[in-house]
Design a protein around this ligand. Sequence first.
Ligand SMILES: [Zn+2]
Length: 189
Amino acid sequence: MRCMLCENLSFSHICTPCQDHYLTPVLHTQTIASNVSVHSFYKYGDIEALLHTKHTPLGFYIYTILARRAFQTFAEYFTWQRPVASLSIDDHTRSGYSHTAILNKALQSRCIRPYYGKMRAKNRVSYSGKSHTFRLNHPRDFTCLPMDEEEIILVDDIITTGTTLSEASHCIHIAQKQLLFCLALAHVE
Ligand SMILES: [Zn+2]
């Protein structure tokens, strides 16, 4: 096949030189809901075209590449005293896969156990392109299903205003678990 970015022959949808040049993650940290840290790996504007493949068949391969470069690398360096659960937000399957589940799966490691379908919104309103006020007025109403681990990492693809992750972190608090931090693929500046 040919690389999507440079059109050279490649074994992957994005060739290794292009991955190294364009997709080397840079960790960025922000705080939401006054005390929740969100670590993200890319600037939204830098990988916007790739993120737009979400919910298309091509998106499966693109998210797999991004997950490996960002989330898998993070998990390889992450250590903790006890096993930690990672929950992908709203990991419903669309176009045959869930993009947040792909990111979460890449965290599988000695210290992190990914779970799927544990953190889902009862209200499936889309926040895409909506104002912060709209988001606040239409809460997602998350439920968190039980698991053995006490400490949680939340996984989402894009952090914009932080409304979704704030609501999900509140849900974890209600479930009497401890949220260590959130991981997002990209942040909107
Ligand atoms: Zn290339």
